[in-house]
Design a protein around this ligand. Structure first.
Ligand code: EPZ
Length: 460
């Protein structure tokens, strides 16, 4: 019997500044039931939030469709409003932004919002263009590494910004305006690529960006900027040319679907031996995930309006996976998949090459009975893609190991969803606390669990 929350987590998502994830909310799950049913994924957390920042660059209003009702959207809504942008919910899943009265925000308002997200750093370029200065407090976001912003600040300096670091955060000015620059990223960083795009489009002259990220969310952001009047050429070999223009107009855009959420529910179907139709999921952006999903023993059917993910019966097969930048196997896909790999017959290896601390969530799985060893020095001694730091390299999962219920506290967004899947897979009862973090990136996940027949009680 499910007892859904009286105050659903996600109605708060649009309350500006709601710092979800700091609450004591928990969910008690009776595991061992397959998840069966249909759910819908909407716009990608990692596109919609950036598209909202892009609206700040325009002389006229913008409308974004398929906006997920998640707390990261609530945080960016609060920030835009703090800078005088009016944000209106104009239809279900649709937000309209009017940037005609952009003004400097009070630092305390921004500081209150920045603690739970990485997005504020992307306000730098637009604010420098609009106001001539930007004050960015310390950033939040998942603790999956030290999450430096050196690539961002180096890029902004290349455009002519002056960066002053203070105890409050960083203050940027552009005394001579922002001028197009030749920038080469040490690593194809998603955030740093977005930083350059959001700054270069109104800079004077041409910007050449080398070693750029080319994730689907990046390409969708480029499509949005092109609609606004930007001139952006994506060249072969991760090179992007941006010709600065005088002004940009508002856009109307339907956000790309959330491939991370789709992959998470697919892994949940596999781990619980279930059958989930994910409405809105598209094959093109999930190719490498689908190949691994099939190799492990999962099955999928591609439809025009979504993808059916299911466990076709039989044993799961161990795999070796290395995460990478697009079009490789995405780092955000490995956490939910690892839960399914605990049921595979043999030894799997997941090689993490993007973040240096992305296996912390496996502690809880081990407590539930999984056999997982995390090797900090990797499986090979070559220098890693991300400069300067060793990365926590590889999780070795030996299965099959039945999971049993446990009391778990969610550490981060994707790890937290893996804990949900593990509890749904385990025999017996689990209590998962701090689940509010999950609503940062998974829209209405409590309702979706209910729709898929999960046996749980949520205490919001
Ligand atoms: C984005 O993070 C996503 N977040 C992440 O999703 C995603 O995992 C990641 O891209 C990779 O695809 C958002 O879009 C909000 P990066 P981002 O810059 O931009 C290092 C989720 O769960 N680096 O590509 O922060 C960095 O430490 C989140 O939705 C620097 O060293 O990722 C990391 O090791 C998790 N200096 C690597 O690069 C910098 O200035 C990749 O980071 C910036 C990054």
């Amino acid at each position: 019997m499910n007892s859904l929350a009286v105050n659903s987590l996600n109605t708060d998502a649009h309350k500006a500044g709601e710092r979800v994830g700091l609450r004591s909310d928990k969910i008690v799950i009776n595991g061992g039931k397959p998840l069966i049913g249909r759910i819908k994924v909407r716009g990608a957390k990692n596109l919609a939030t950036k598209a909202m920042v892009a609206a700040l660059l325009a002389e006229s209003p913008s409308t974004l469709r398929d906006v997920p009702d998640i707390s990261d959207v609530g945080v960016v809504t609060g920030m835009l409003e703090a800078y005088g942008v009016s944000v209106t919910k104009t239809a279900e899943g649709e937000l309209t932004f009017d940037p005609s009265n952009v003004l400097a925000a009070h630092f305390s308002k921004i500081d209150a919002l920045a603690g739970s997200s990485r997005i504020p750093i992307l306000f730098c370029g637009p604010l420098l263009h609009r106001l001539g200065e930007a004050l960015i407090p310390d950033l939040g976001g998942c603790r999956i590494g030290d999450r430096p912003i050196d690539f961002h600040l180096d890029a902004l300096r290349a455009f002519g910004a002056v960066v002053d670091k203070s105890y409050e955060g960083i203050r940027l000015t552009a005394p001579n305006g922002l001028v197009g620059a030749d920038i080469e990223l040490p690593y194809p960083s998603v955030g740093a690529t977005e930083q350059v795009l959001l700054t270069a489009v109104l800079a004077k002259g041409v910007t050449e960006l080398k070693n750029a990220a080319i994730e689907p969310e990046i390409m969708d952001l480029i499509a949005i900027l092109q609609k606004m009047g930007a001139i952006i050429n994506v060249e072969p070999n991760r090179v992007i040319f941006i010709e600065g223009v005088e002004k940009l107009e508002g856009y109307t855009h339907r956000a790309l679907f959330d491939r991370n959420e789709a992959a998470s529910w697919a892994s949940a179907a596999l781990a619980t031996e279930g059958d989930i139709f994910v409405e809105g999921a598209m094959q093109a952006e999930l190719m490498n995930f689908l190949n691994i999903f099939r190799k492990v023993g999962g099955a999928f059917d591609i439809h025009e309006d979504g993808i059916r993910f299911y466990h076709p019966g039989g044993e799961l097969t161990p795999v070796v996976v290395e995460t990478d930048v697009h079009p490789g196997f995405m780092t955000d896909w490995q956490q939910p998949l690892i839960v399914a790999l605990t049921k595979a017959h043999g030894v799997s290896v997941v090689h993490e090459t993007v973040y240096e601390n992305r296996f912390g969530f496996t502690d809880a799985l081990i407590e539930m009975g999984a056999d997982i060893v995390v090797h900090k020095d990797g499986l090979e001694s070559v220098t890693r893609r991300v400069p300067r730091r060793r990365l926590e390299q590889a999780a070795v999962i030996t299965g099959p190991t039945p999971l049993h219920g446990a009391d778990i506290r969610v550490p981060d967004l994707r790890g937290g969803f893996s804990h949900l899947i593990a509890a749904l897979t385990a025999e017996g009862q689990s209590t998962i606390s701090n689940v509010g973090i999950i609503s940062r990136g998974y829209e209405h996940f409590i309702d979706k669990l209910d729709a898929l027949g999960a046996d749980f009680v949520y205490e919001g």
